[in-house]
Ligand binder design. Structure first.
Ligand SMILES: *Cc1c(COP(=O)(O)O)cnc(C)c1O
Length: 422
């Protein structure tokens, strides 16, 4: 999925032009939901969902677009003046500064010219990104960038920079970076540059709001809830009163899952701290993501209490070794708390046998987490979903749409089967 080409059919382009009349089919509702699930998340999910759009949906979108086009043509005549407002004109940015932009008096024209210039820079970058003949990276050593090759300058000036300098900086920032959407950029986890997602980024940045409360972000807050609910349904927790939150990344999602487990079994930890609980043990495979150990350290478990379970030659957990290590730690007087099964390990891409691990968790009354940061996208594949069989038995799931689903970075969700704490 991550390698599928970016949306290019006319139907897809039309949806960008005309999102407002596309309701309420599966894609539309979903996309509407994804538009604002959280700041910086925005439309990212849409691009992915859009690729899964059925043909029927597409033809409907095309015809509704055509309808609107004809009515729009009439409008264009009336609105020539409005349209010309968005024309780029030759502007000297060397004497313009941030203070000349909105909300400054008469700031509208310079603001528009400045932003159109920025869009031009971004569009050039996007165009080159998909051009195979360009380089993925114009590599320079750190000292070269720091010494200011070709006028590139990262130093923070004490004086205001002209808008011209800021435009040059925008161009340079992209020039010396890695083109992660390039067809020759290969990365095991995330790649691509989704156009709908990009539009969403612009939108959420323009809205520039927080996700604290309904009061400050009414639309985004509702969208987040509905998007998370849909993700829980896809996991298979239908009808349950679950919970979840978008987090800064898979590592943090994994950490939240351990916090939820600890709170569920030992609620006193919240007020009394780790001194009030016995020695708690976390189990995860030797091929699992390093964030499990890191969470063990950060949450006061201690890395020695994050026990690594052996994997077979294909990188999957050996359930018998898990059970043996649970029994061993109980014999030492420790308290097994939590098991992490990985759906798509970071290096091998292995899928732990979730059903067998869930049996063991039920037997010993342990929290089951599935780290599907990478493999979670397969939940939406008819052909590959079976690799995650048993995931509906988990108590929590980490799922990063910014990986296999090609949603723009960062987009990670921690999903909980029951409403616990977060
Ligand atoms: C990538 C990954 C993570 C960490 O996700 P980030 O968003 O990079 O923090 C955790 N677990 C697995 C299995 C991963 O592939």
């Amino acid at each position: 999925m991550a390698s599928s080409s970016p949306p290019s059919s006319s139907a897809n382009q039309n949806t960008i032009t005309n999102p407002s009349n596309l309701r309420p089919t599966t894609y539309d509702t979903w996309c509407g939901v994804a538009h604002g699930c959280t700041k910086k998340l925005g439309l990212k999910i849409c691009g992915f969902l859009q690729r899964n759009n059925s043909l029927e949906d597409k033809s409907r979108i095309v015809s509704s677009f055509k309808e609107r086009q004809s009515s729009k043509n009439l409008l264009v005549c009336e609105n020539i003046e409005t349209e010309s407002r968005f024309r780029r004109t030759e502007t000297d940015f060397s004497n313009l500064y941030a203070r000349d932009l909105l909300p400054a008096k008469n700031g509208e024209e310079p603001t528009m010219q400045f932003l159109l210039e920025v869009v031009d820079i971004l569009m050039n970058y996007v165009r080159k990104t998909f051009d195979r003949s360009t380089k993925v990276l114009d590599f320079h050593h750190p000292h070269q960038l720091l010494e200011g090759i070709e006028g590139f300058n990262l130093e923070l000036s004490d004086n205001p920079e002209s808008l011209e300098q800021i435009l040059v900086d925008c161009r340079d920032t992209l020039k010396y970076g890695v083109r992660t959407g390039h067809p020759r950029f290969f990365n095991q986890l995330s790649t691509g540059l989704d156009m709908i997602g990009l539009a969403g980024e612009w939108l959420t940045s323009t809205a520039n709001t927080n996700m604290f409360t309904y009061e400050i972000a009414p639309v985004f807050v509702l969208m987040e809830q509905i998007t998370l609910r849909k993700m829980r349904e896809i996991i298979g927790w239908n009808g349950k009163d679950g919970d979840g939150i978008f987090s800064p990344g898979g590592a943090i999602s994994n950490m939240y899952s351990i916090m939820a487990a600890r709170y569920k079994y030992f609620p006193d930890v919240k007020t009394k701290g780790m001194a009030a609980v016995p020695k708690l043990i976390i189990f995860t495979s030797e091929h699992s993501h390093y964030s499990m150990k890191k969470a063990g350290a950060a949450l006061g478990f201690g890395t020695e209490n994050v026990i690594l379970i052996k994997c077979n030659e294909r990188g999957k957990i050996i359930p018998a070794d898990l059970e043996a290590k649970i029994i061993e730690s109980k014999q030492k007087g420790h308290v097994p708390l939590y098991v992490n099964a990985t759906a798509g390990t970071t290096v091998y891409g292995a899928f732990d046998p979730i059903d067998e691990i869930a049996d063991i968790c039920e037997k010993y009354n342990l929290w089951l987490h599935v780290d599907a940061a990478w493999g979670g996208g397969l939940l939406m594949s008819r052909r590959h979903r079976h690799k995650l069989n048993g995931i509906e038995r988990a108590d929590s799931v980490t799922w990063n749409p910014h990986k296999m689903m090609g949603v723009l970075l960062q987009c990670s969700a921690i999903l909980l089967r029951e409403k616990v704490i977060i």
